[in-house]
Write a protein that binds this ligand. Structure first.
Ligand SMILES: Cc1cc2nc3c(=O)[nH]c(=O)nc-3n(C[C@H](O)[C@H](O)[C@H](O)COP(=O)(O)O)c2cc1C
Length: 331
């Protein structure tokens, strides 16, 4: 790598307090994804044009009681700014305390997860469970907004039950409780990730609140980004699964995915960062990213199978060399 990653990103004025309202219309965020949006992947997306990045969700309880367990989730580099720490929890005291920790760690904002559909999280009255209890959710936001100077934002779903859409009333409550920005993934908890996102709900929220609204859900390519903005009027776009193996989605003038050589270069850069931050275990975590990067390339099916077995950075280099040689013979 001749050029440093950081050379490709505009410097940020760190003395200036981050505000969602100051972002240019149409800003694009790397949406929080547990097990995916660690510092390595955020850095990759940042260099391809993500304007704002989010950490994976961290448990407020764990942050206060077992901080070492969350250390990797909350590690970031200065040049990732603006960077938002996402937390989840179910009571206002713990959440306000955790928000203070996020602020002390230097994050530009703190985001509350009100969308996670996982059984364990919902069982603890956290994540999407809060959609069933707007009073508690509002108390959490109010306590957090009173506890910190950085903006508090909320990422939420359209409701818990398919039969009970809580938007846009829920969004209005969160705004009135002190949320400086909102993001909506318009699927219910019951839907989880099935079916399609209902962008008409996103539009209704945009029309109902004054704070900036971000749209999430089914952002698969640049065309989807354009359509979401046009159909809903959202200020920001939250890109999630569409960025997996495809950080190029953030490049405004790119149509489609780059050639294999560029994908290889980025995959190696990403793997290098994974090992830098997580040691060899980083390569085990990297396996899923590798299958996403090489998805769809002709003849890559066999290589993708082998990628599920890489243990070290050198294994990956060897595999890629072998694959490129095969390509040469096939040409
Ligand atoms: C693997 C995975 C992990 C996710 N983790 C989180 C998370 O930690 N916090 C959160 O707010 N949303 C999380 N999400 C939801 C995404 O941020 C996004 O809202 C959702 O995937 C819808 O967007 P999409 O259809 O474009 O993928 C996760 C999604 C996926 C696929």
């Amino acid at each position: 790598m001749s050029e440093k990653l950081t050379d490709r990103v505009k410097p940020v004025d760190q003395k200036k307090k981050f505000s969602w309202s100051d972002l240019p219309e149409g800003y694009e965020c790397l949406s929080p994804m547990a097990g995916v949006t660690d510092t390595a992947f955020r850095q990759i997306c940042k260099q391809h044009g993500a304007d704002v990045v989010f950490t994976e969700m961290a448990s407020a309880n764990m942050m206060l009681n077992a901080p070492a367990k969350n250390e990797a989730f909350l590690h970031y580099e200065e040049w990732e700014r603006p960077i938002i720490g996402q937390i989840m929890g179910g009571d206002e005291k713990t959440m306000a305390e955790a928000a203070r920790v996020i602020q002390e760690m230097g994050f530009d904002g703190v985001d509350v997860n009100m969308g996670c559909p996982e059984k364990k999280i919902v069982g603890n009255a956290c994540g999407s469970s809060l959609l069933k209890d707007a009073d508690t959710a509002a108390r959490i936001i109010e306590a957090m907004a009173n506890a910190v100077n950085i903006p508090v934002s909320v990422k939420m779903r359209s409701g818990f039950f398919d039969s009970e859409i809580v938007q846009p009333q829920f969004a209005i409550r969160m705004q009135n409780a002190g949320a400086a920005a909102l993001a909506i993934h318009p699927r219910t908890k019951e839907q989880a990730y099935k079916g399609s996102a209902d962008w008409t709900i996103t539009r209704r929220i945009v029309e109902s609140v004054e704070v900036p609204v971000g749209g999430s859900g089914d952002i698969t390519d640049r065309e989807a980004i354009r359509r979401l903005r046009e159909e809903t009027g959202v200020q920001g776009i939250w890109v999630a699964r569409g960025a997996m193996g495809n950080p190029w989605i953030f490049e405004r003038d790119r149509t489609g995915r780059p050639p294999l050589s560029e994908v290889i270069e980025t995959a190696l850069e990403h793997a290098h960062l994974m090992v830098k931050y997580k040691g060899n275990h980083g390569m085990v975590e990297m396996r899923k990213h590798l299958t996403w990067y090489f998805n769809g390339f002709p003849g890559a099916a066999a290589m993708r199978e082998q990628m599920k077995t890489v243990n070290e950075y050198e294994d990956l280099v060897r595999l890629i060399e072998q694959y490129q040689l095969l390509e040469c013979f096939a040409a």
